[in-house]
Design a protein around this ligand. Structure first.
Ligand code: B12
Ligand code: SF4
Length: 620
């Protein structure tokens, strides 16, 4: 999707360096200034210092889509004046190589007016973003970094600009933007045009309303190379809960802000017009979007009324089944995959993480409720809570396999992300934390642990994938899906991808993609550029090894699928995890007796149920 000029819904895409897309005679007749707006969602560096890039990445960037939508709106409204043409370039670095030298030449050839906007920069991407900006700054081109690293740091530790590496960027002439860009992007563009960029735009305290603001949009060319042809949008922002590892509540706030059903319908239709039918709704917790019902009603009308073939992936919490009508309407609206923040099956860990809304006695019910509407469940699991050891983690994975009907399970290393309460507390206590921000990607260890060395922690993190995705368990997950009447092809691919990304690339699946791209010269500053004769033979050998391993793993998963498909009586398969929830299971399942905290949770539930029964009895 690189080098797209002023492309938007209903317009033709035209290359920036070509004449197509502009009426040259018109340009010659009017006084004319060019302003290049270059949107870049940066990637980050791998352990060898090369930029992590793929031919096809796992997920599109919604932040990039949001900024792209805002940029199109600025172009439409000619916010820089009638005589200024804003030329828009967009790069998702996970799939596009950013040729800084060429971009500098393009901007300079047109008079040097422009802004390089580094979009949605997370902590692990911040060093890469700074490196890209530094190269543009050396050529005198203005740059600005926005996203969760800047916003989270400014929101939680405004006095730690140096420690969180914000001050160094500002000193190097890079502007920073904290907060959300809706309603503020014009100001940034005007300042860039006038060459009056401020070191820091700080809007973290003022979260904008989302109804009627420009909608996220990316041209199909990009969407087709990410997430298998998915588009993204945030139907809302903000979450009411208080998880201590979470940065979202401290940046987007705890109050639900949302788009209107009309906005959502417009996003859907724009994407359908470019052949995209599948969507990732990026709300961290769509179940807590206060507008969920009108939005779902509209989606149901589009699906059931007009027969539009739309499908959605959403993120929800573990008590979403308690919201009356929510899951049923999601199913009718076309939700076919959910991301569930399970995080742990140990109530002590959940309590420490202030994730009080997660009650392990609800896990089986919520998972079964989502399966009943045909959704694949992708649960997130965090490794490294204070009580965790390699042994308890291995035990917990076994319990999950046999007692919880989850499909995909993906693991994260507990990481004190700047912007979270955890990070703030550790920082204020002076606890030593990883200084290389590039490693805050949730698959590197960045803090100490009371019971595990950094090596032991990383080792169990890497082994956890193999412990969950055993051939036996892959077969079990497929058998459960077959008993629900689902076809197994897509689910098998998901299981394969989540296992293979870690096994082959040692990268989290959400950060990964298909077929690694690596450029010799795109290496982290400070590391040597390797010689042609070292780099290319090694890359060739590495690729050969990786792709033969990938083919072997795929073949293994494929064989399991074929075997399960042929098994007799597949429709009547049932195991402990898929057995409907009963009150008696509180006595029998290991989930409820693995730790003293789990037993306490059970006692509490039993007492509560007894009190409710007693109250009901005395009322009759
Ligand atoms: C969807 C999502 C993803 C998607 C896409 C990424 C994306 N940014 O779109 C995928 C699956 C790829 C992903 C992966 C990961 N993610 Co993620 N992701 C999200 C999620 C849920 C939504 C992002 C979003 O669309 N937000 C809505 C947009 C509009 O808000 P925004 O990003 O803040 O952007 C606004 C402002 O920041 C500002 N802005 C942003 N950039 C710029 C630039 C300029 C110039 C200006 C002026 C303004 C500006 O304006 C924007 C519009 O208002 C967020 C949580 C959240 N609610 O944001 C986590 C989040 C961003 N992810 C996070 C993390 C850690 C990751 C992973 C490392 C692992 C993981 N735990 O999932 C990987 C990294 C992989 C990668 N290469 O990106 C963290 C980042 C925290 C941090 N301090 O680094 C978050 C905050 C969640 C959390 N765990 O706390 N993620
Ligand atoms: S439920 Fe999710 S979004 Fe909400 S506070 Fe917890 S981690 Fe953050």
């Amino acid at each position: 999707m690189k080098r797209i000029c002023n492309a938007g819904p209903g317009r033709n895409y035209a290359p920036v360096d070509g004449s197509a897309g502009r009426d040259r005679s018109e340009l010659l007749m009017t006084p004319h200034t060019e302003f290049h707006l270059i949107l870049i969602k940066p990637s980050h560096y791998d352990d060898d210092g090369y930029v992590l890039q793929w031919v096809h990445a796992s997920t599109p960037s919604n932040t990039l889509a949001t900024l792209y939508g805002l940029a199109l709106d600025c172009i439409e409204r000619k916010v820089l004046g009638e005589d200024v043409e804003i030329r828009l370039h967009v790069f998702d670095e996970t799939i596009n190589r950013v040729r800084v030298d060429r971009l500098i030449r393009t901007v300079q050839a047109d008079g040097g007016n422009g802004l390089v906007a580094l979009c949605g920069v997370q902590t692990n991407q911040y060093p890469r973003a700074v490196d890209i900006c530094t190269a543009f700054r050396a050529a005198g081109i203005q740059t600005c970094i926005g996203g969760f690293h800047v916003s989270g740091s400014v929101a939680m530790l405004p006095g730690a600009r140096k420690e969180l590496q914000l001050q160094q960027a500002m000193d190097a002439g890079i502007s920073l933007f904290a907060g959300e860009a809706e309603g503020r992007f014009d100001e940034v563009l005007r300042d860039a045009m006038n060459r009056e960029m401020q070191p820091l735009y700080n809007y973290v305290a003022e979260t904008p309303a989302l109804e009627g603001v420009p909608q996220p949009f990316l041209p199909a060319e990009s969407a087709k190379r990410t997430g298998g042809g998915k588009a993204t949008f945030d139907a809302g922002r903000g979450c009411p809960f208080l998880c201590s590892f979470c940065t979202i509540i401290n940046v987007h706030g705890r109050k639900s802000r949302y788009r209107s059903p009309d906005d959502v319908e417009r996003i859907i239709r724009l994407n359908l017009a470019q052949g995209i039918k599948s969507f990732l709704i990026t709300d961290d917790n769509f179940a807590r979007n206060r507008n969920w019902e009108p939005i779902l009603d509209r989606l149901i009308a589009l699906r059931e009324g007009e027969g539009l073939p739309i499908r959605f992936s959403i993120q929800v919490d573990t008590v979403s089944h308690k919201i009356r009508g929510f899951i049923e309407k999601c199913g009718r609206a076309g939700v076919n995959r959910i991301f569930l923040g399970l995080e742990s099956i140990n109530p002590d860990a959940l309590k420490e993480a202030r994730k009080g809304q997660n009650n392990i006695t609800e896990y089986r019910a919520v998972a079964q409720a989502w399966h009943n509407v045909g959704a694949v469940i992708n649960a997130g699991y965090i490794l490294g809570f204070p009580g965790d050891t390699p042994e308890t983690i291995a035990r917990d994975i076994k319990i999950i396999q046999s007692e919880l009907p989850l499909d995909v399970l993906d693991f994260f290393i507990l990481t004190p992300l700047p912007g979270s309460q955890d990070h703030k507390e550790l920082f204020e206590k002076g606890v030593a934390l990883e200084q290389d921000l590039n490693r805050y990607d949730t698959f590197h260890v960045t803090a100490g642990h009371a019971k595990m060395s950094a090596d032991a922690w990383l080792d169990i993190y890497r082994r956890a994938w193999g412990l969950y995705y055993t051939p036996e368990h892959v077969a079990t997950v497929l058998r459960r899906a077959r008993a629900r009447g689902e076809s197994l092809g897509h689910l098998m691919i998901k299981l394969f991808v989540f296992y293979a990304c870690q096994a082959i690339e040692h990268v989290h699946p959400l950060d990964a993609g298909l077929i690694r791209r690596k450029y010799r010269r795109d290496r982290r500053p400070g590391l040597p550029i390797e010689s042609l004769f070292v780099f290319y033979p090694r890359l060739a050998l590495e690729s050969l090894r990786k792709y033969s391993r990938m083919a072997w793993i795929f073949w293994g998963f494929h064989r399991i699928r074929r075997r399960v498909e042929k098994e007799p009586d597949g429709a009547s398969y049932r195991d402990v995890a898929t057995t409907p929830v009963t009150p008696e299971e509180l006595e029998s399942l290991e989930l409820y007796h693995a730790t003293p905290a789990a037993e306490t949770a059970v006692i509490k539930v039993q007492r509560k149920r007894a009190a409710v029964a007693q109250a009901a009895a005395s009322a009759t």
